[in-house]
Design a protein. Structure first.
Length: 154
């Protein structure tokens, strides 16, 4: 029996960011290693966390005229709305495979970026994922849902 991989929601990585330590500003990277704990070198990584890596839609960055890292995201994705992803969906993020865990609710820190941003980002701030299979993620890499369908022809 063969396996066919069906990819939908093709997107691209626009930006990658890691926060090296608590209170530090996020740092733009050309590539980041996704480990089972999250992004290598990111303060928020941890093996048991459901909130390892935060994906944000590029359209939100553009609409609110944000700079990468302004709202503490790790990956800016162009090509589709990451808020359409659902818990448990598997997504290929460059060479890594991740699973969607929970949406990121806008917190009061958004008000430090811009007054009114917390409310404006309701249901739009981003979505968290957890790494299932480690791999390298690079600027320009594809971001797409991965579904496996069994093929009876073998």
């Amino acid at each position: 029996m063969g396996i066919i991989i069906i990819e939908a929601m093709p997107g691209r990585v626009r930006a990658l960011l890691v926060k090296p330590q608590k209170g530090a500003k996020s740092v733009l990277k050309d590539s980041v290693q996704a480990t089972l704990a999250g992004f290598d070198g990111d303060y928020h990584s941890g093996v048991s966390k459901r909130r390892q890596i935060m994906l944000l839609s590029g359209a939100v960055v553009d609409e609110f005229n944000l700079n990468p890292g302004d709202i503490y995201e790790n990956v800016i994705v162009d090509g589709f709305d990451v808020m359409q992803l659902r818990e448990g969906q598997q997504v290929r993020l460059g060479d890594a495979l991740v699973t969607v865990t929970v949406p990121c609710e806008p917190c009061t820190r958004m008000e430090r970026v811009r007054p009114g941003l917390q409310v404006a980002l309701t249901d739009r701030r981003g979505i968290f994922v957890k790494v299932l299979e480690p791999g390298m993620v690079r600027i320009g890499d594809p971001v797409c849902e991965e579904s496996v369908v069994e093929n009876s022809r073998g």
